[in-house]
Design a protein around this ligand. Structure first.
Ligand code: PAF
Length: 338
């Protein structure tokens, strides 16, 4: 009898122990419909006037309106919440940052499948970009982010990247041979530039302006909207419209915060992020021509007749490595999307 009593106590104790362990691992249950309240911090690395933040401000406005004031998004531009993209992405994983808008460049370090979109000369034009990123390939890349504690809601846009430098007007890779060019912490970009004969130097964005000013590096590459809003013209004389790679951006929510939201609010955030993707992409695209003119007016020598074929040819040997890494089928599927 006593033995049976001890056995029962032991079983109850073990059951309690197992239940307790499981409880720790479970995500917090989402709040009930209409009751969830939150103040969410949205971080970017670009200046307040850049399209990420113009899009983010409008996103915040709509989220507040649609949640009837229960969800407030506060936008922190210009690296206020962290100096580099890696740091901000780690903040999302830990839940110290709630939302982030930034280029896919460093995201591949967290979710390797994302690196495929950073292959040079992969996208033909904006129409091609929209078809791929809003279609099944793009949606799968966003879904893959879940495995890294990140909830990708929509592709926003950084843009086609262009080379700037302090030395010479660059048309071909031969003109830029050996130049120390800052790249993002992105293996795909670094390999492409190295293959083309340049000297890629990865660096967090917040360090780039100072490094260009002090001539620690010769150049950098970014879309026009970034070159313009970050005043790169103050420290770089030459701009070449190389458009060597399209740089998508992603609006990401911390998966921890996402799982704590009721389904209705998740759906509203998702819909708003997708709507704002269209708005934000259009802002940059519409402004580009005018901003190129303004960069010239501010003293930059703008090289428009870049030999794109020479850049493509020079980066071509890296494609064997990209095919090995991502699969030729995947690359072809993107390139053949119409
Ligand atoms: O070059 C970069 O690091 C990115 O393009 C930037 C400027 C942070 C925008 O996402």
């Amino acid at each position: 009898m006593i033995k049976r009593g001890i056995a029962v106590v032991l079983v109850l104790f073990l059951v309690g122990l197992v239940a307790g362990c499981g409880g720790d691992k479970k995500a917090a249950a989402p709040a009930a419909k209409g009751e969830y309240k939150a103040q969410l911090k949205l971080a970017t690395l670009t200046t307040a006037s850049h399209t990420y933040n113009l899009g983010a401000n409008k996103f915040a406005e709509l989220v507040k309106e649609r949640s009837k004031g229960r969800i407030e998004v506060k936008v922190y531009p210009d690296g206020q919440l962290g100096k580099g993209e890696r740091e901000l992405l780690e903040g999302l994983q830990q839940g110290t940052i709630d939302i982030y808008v930034g280029s896919t460049g460093p995201i591949g370090n967290f979710s390797p499948s994302m690196l495929v979109v950073d292959i040079p000369f992969l996208f033909r034009d904006f129409n091609h970009v929209d078809k791929v990123l809003d279609g099944p390939i793009g949606q799968q890349l966003l879904a893959d982010l879940d495995k890294s504690g990140l909830k990708g809601l929509a592709f926003w846009e950084n843009g086609f990247r262009n080379l700037t430098n302090s030395k010479v007007a660059v048309k071909t890779p031969a003109d830029a041979k050996g130049m120390k060019i800052r790249t993002m912490e992105n293996k795909t970009h670094m390999l492409a530039f190295k293959t083309a004969g340049l000297n890629p130097t990865p660096m967090a964005w917040s360090e780039v302006f100072g490094a260009l000013q002090q001539k620690v590096i010769d150049g950098q590459e970014n879309p026009i909207a970034v070159i313009y809003s970050s005043k790169i013209y103050e420290v770089q004389k030459f701009l070449s419209l190389t458009q060597h790679v399209y740089s998508p951006a992603v609006l990401i929510v911390s998966l921890k915060k996402w799982q704590a939201m009721p389904k209705e609010d998740q759906e509203m955030l998702l819909k708003t992020a997708q709507e704002m993707a269209k708005y934000q992409r259009k802002l940059g695209r519409d402004a580009e021509e005018k901003q190129i003119g303004e960069l010239a007016a501010k003293g930059m020598t703008v090289t428009k007749d870049v030999d794109k074929k020479a850049w493509q040819d020079a980066m071509q040997p890296a494609f064997a490595e990209f095919a090995k890494q991502f699969g030729k089928d995947k690359i072809d599927a993107i390139m053949n999307t119409k």
